[in-house]
Structures are given as structure tokens and as C-alpha cells.
Design a protein around this ligand. Structure first.
Ligand code: PEP
Length: 252
């Protein structure tokens, strides 16, 4: 299916970077160089404490603000956690769920990822569900099975009408923050696995769900990546922290 039937999504992930003051400065820098974007949805996922600042600062830039994480329970005695309703109430549209750093450092599992996907959808937002294999898994030849398992687990029990609001981000763990980008054949093959799964679940509608690539995306490689079949956008870590390089990626 032609990609013009799908939304192109350029998403930044600031991780644990940028204070509120730096967020405002970034927005000021962006105002000088941001093109009037009609060809894609642009968003940046920021630390929870800076969401309100970012929403205010990015308003005129037409950059949506996303969250980097959420807790799956609705409310209660979960000190330090942030619920989906709290994010929604601030004006958040997108929430990253299951980033490999959260799986690695914060014991996130396929089960908690699935619960978070439900929580985000129930609150009326869009989950950006991250999946990806380790270098060892790729070298062992089990990438396709691993990715399929992660996608199936994340989407378990999600009804078709809500599935349409999901975004999948394929992020090979060995490519995140390493400067190593997955090769075109690797990206094509893995995105095709995800697309097949989505179409099995949703029929033709599976073609409408954006699949993003993430892992060392830079201005120099963004154009080639976005030109690949089934690559409907990019999830960008390091390069989204710099206004110039983020805009260059949007233009790519
Ligand atoms: C990420 O954190 O999602 C990511 C892709 O990081 P980077 O672009 O820095 O590799």
C-alpha cells in the first residue's frame, strides 16, 4: 500500500535530557528554522516534569508533545508514578511504551508493556510501542520471531478500533545511541514482519498503522531510511536534542 495512505511521523525522544529552561530555548531556536510542515506529524516526547512547559513552548510550532513513559494503573498508592489520565489532562497525545531502555533498566516486561498500551488507549492517546532485538538475537537469527512476539504481546487483547491508534517503532537495541544504523535490508525485512502481523490482525486496516524506525537516525541517513518500504516515520533520540539536526531530519 502506498505510504500516502499512512501518516508519516517524525518523533523525538529526549530521554532524561533537557531542563524546562532548555526546553524553552529549544522552542525559541526551532521558531527561527521550523518549516511549515504539511507532510508529517511532528512530535517530541519529553521528561514528564517538562510536559506542560513543552506544550506551551511548542504550541505555535505545531509540534505535539509526547510522554516517555506511563504507569498502567488508573490511580492510587504508586508513589512516583504518572497515570495515563494525568498525561491526557495535560494535553499529551502520544506516549512511548516499552522503550528498550525501560525494558533494560526498569524491568519492563512484555506484560507491563501490554498493560501500558491498554492504559494509553483507554485514556484516548496513541501509544508508540517500541520493539527491537539485541545484537545477540540478530546474530542468532531469531530477529523475526522475537519482534513478532514483542508486537503480539504488546497488542494482546487490544480491540481493532483501538489498534488503529497504535504506532509501532522498530528500534534494534544495538543501533540505539551507538552510531550504528540498521542496513536497508534489515529494516525492510523487519518492518515487513510487523506489517504482516498488523494485516493478519486487522486486514486492510493493518496497512494504515505507521511503523517507525529508530536507532542512530541522523540528518545524513534520515532520507534513505524514510525512503524504504514500510518505513512510515522515524523515532529519533540524540539528534532530536539539537534544533538544527531535528529540522534537517524533518526536511529529509
Ligand atoms: C531512541 O532512544 O529511541 C533512539 C532511537 O536513540 P538514538 O536516536 O540516539 O539512537
Amino acid at each position: 500500500m502506498n505510504r500516502r495512505y499512512r501518516k508519516t511521523v517524525i518523533a523525538g525522544n529526549w530521554k532524561m535530557n533537557m531542563t524546562a529552561t532548555e526546553t524553552k530555548k529549544f522552542a525559541e531556536d526551532m521558531k527561527k528554522i521550523m518549516p511549515r510542515v504539511k507532510w508529517c506529524e511532528t512530535l517530541i516526547c519529553v521528561p514528564a516534569c517538562n510536559i506542560s512547559t513543552a506544550i506551551k513552548a511548542f504550541k505555535d510550532l505545531r509540534i505535539s508533545v509526547g510522554a516517555e513513559n506511563v504507569y498502567f494503573e488508573e490511580k492510587g498508592a504508586y508513589t512516583g508514578e504518572v497515570s495515563a489520565d494525568m498525561l491526557k489532562d495535560l494535553g499529551v497525545k502520544y506516549v512511548i511504551v516499552g522503550h528498550s531502555e525501560r525494558r533494560q533498566y526498569f524491568c519492563e516486561t512484555d506484560t507491563t508493556v501490554n498493560k501500558k498500551v491498554h492504559a494509553v488507549l483507554n485514556a484516548g492517546m496513541n501509544p508508540i510501542i517500541c520493539v527491537g532485538e539485541s545484537l545477540e538475537q540478530r546474530e542468532t537469527g531469531i530477529t523475526d520471531e522475537w519482534i513478532a512476539l514483542q508486537v503480539k504481546s504488546a497488542l494482546y487483547g487490544v480491540p481493532a478500533d483501538k489498534l488503529r491508534r497504535c504506532i509501532i517503532a522498530y528500534e534494534p537495541i544495538w543501533a540505539i545511541g551507538t552510531g550504528k544504523v540498521a542496513g536497508p535490508d534489515e529494516v525492510l525485512a523487519t518492518h515487513a514482519v510487523v506489517r504482516r502481523l498488523l494485516c493478519e490482525r486487522l486486514g486492510e486496516t493493518g496497512n494504515r498503522i505507521p511503523i517507525l524506525y529508530g536507532g542512530s537516525v541522523k540528518p545524513a541517513n534520515a532520507g534513505n531510511l524514510i525512503g524504504l518500504d514500510n518505513v512510515d516515520g522515524l523515532l529519533i533520540g540524540g539528534a532530536s536534542l539539537d534544533a538544527q539536526s531535528f529540522v534537517q531530519i524533518i526536511r529529509a
